[in-house]
Design a protein around this ligand. Structure first.
Ligand SMILES: O=C(O)c1cccc(C(=O)CC[C@H]2O[C@@H](n3cnc4c(=O)[nH]cnc43)[C@H](O)[C@@H]2O)c1
Length: 235
């Protein structure tokens, strides 16, 4: 795990503080390029720790949980690039989660996919912090970025076919984007009773895999812009 906290030496020993004003925001990305984009956007703003946890829900959950037991946070954010569902999120746009959905956590059955919720083993959906998410959507619109609010799916295997994309869109009505870390971060946040958000800049369409069509530099710029709005939105 790469840890590039915008650290404040004064908070050493600040573990589990009861002072809400002292609590910080934890932002978890998958890779260093995403972390660096978030940090460029934040421009050394106070009160944010940004870490690159690695790809996938397990690394994201473990890294977030490790930070959450060491320090008190008022909010945790899963941030990065993602695939966008046709008609819901365009490449070069941004998606903010209203809910964070574990889209492939469950069982295949004779009748199709059954989620962990349907199987009676827990939840497949964690609601995002509503007010801050809506404020960020409004700020992104004012900044002129294409933005949508909707479910962001977490998968352990990226979608690689039109059939799978259609299946996921049918399984989760309104599905807007697909990433690989959100539900891991959200699970760690929920267990620590901390609200969560997910911010995804769209680098590619969800569907047949064509890495040459991924617009990563553009998505990282949009992630940077979205991150630059956070200090005001969360103040
Ligand atoms: O190669 C690079 O320069 C580079 C820079 C930034 C990020 C990457 C990644 O490969 C990030 C992997 C990360 O991206 C998410 N992601 C993006 N598109 C999808 C998708 O269609 N389905 C699922 N996840 C997607 C995911 O969260 C990965 O962790 C490379």
């Amino acid at each position: 795990m790469q840890d590039h906290s915008q650290s404040d030496p004064a908070r050493a020993g600040n573990h589990n503080t009861q002072d809400p004003s002292a609590r910080r925001v934890l932002i978890v990305t998958a890779v260093e390029a995403e972390r660096d984009a978030v940090m460029r956007g934040l421009r050394n703003a106070d009160g944010f720790d940004v870490i690159a946890a690695g790809v996938g829900p397990a690394a994201a959950a473990a890294a977030a949980a490790t930070r959450l037991v060491r320090s008190a946070y008022r909010l945790v954010i899963s941030a990065g690039i993602a695939g966008g569902f046709d008609g819901r999120a365009e490449v070069g746009g941004v998606v903010i989660a209203d809910s964070i959905v574990a889209a492939d956590l469950g069982s295949e059955t004779a009748d199709g996919f059954a989620s962990v919720r349907e199987l009676g083993f827990g939840t497949d959906r964690i609601e995002a912090e509503t007010n801050a998410s809506i404020r960020l959507v409004e700020a992104l619109k004012r900044a002129g970025l294409p933005v949508s609010l909707g479910p962001i799916l977490t998968v352990s295997t990226t979608t690689g076919s039109a059939e799978r994309a259609a299946g996921l869109a049918g399984q989760v009505p309104g599905a807007a984007a697909e990433g690989m870390e959100g539900f891991g971060v959200a699970t760690a946040a929920a267990m620590a009773c901390v609200p969560v958000m997910e911010i995804r800049a769209i680098s590619n369409k969800v569907g047949p895999r064509d890495r040459s069509a991924w617009r990563i530099p553009e998505a990282l710029r949009q992630l940077e812009t979205a991150s630059s709005l956070l200090p005001e939105v969360l103040s």
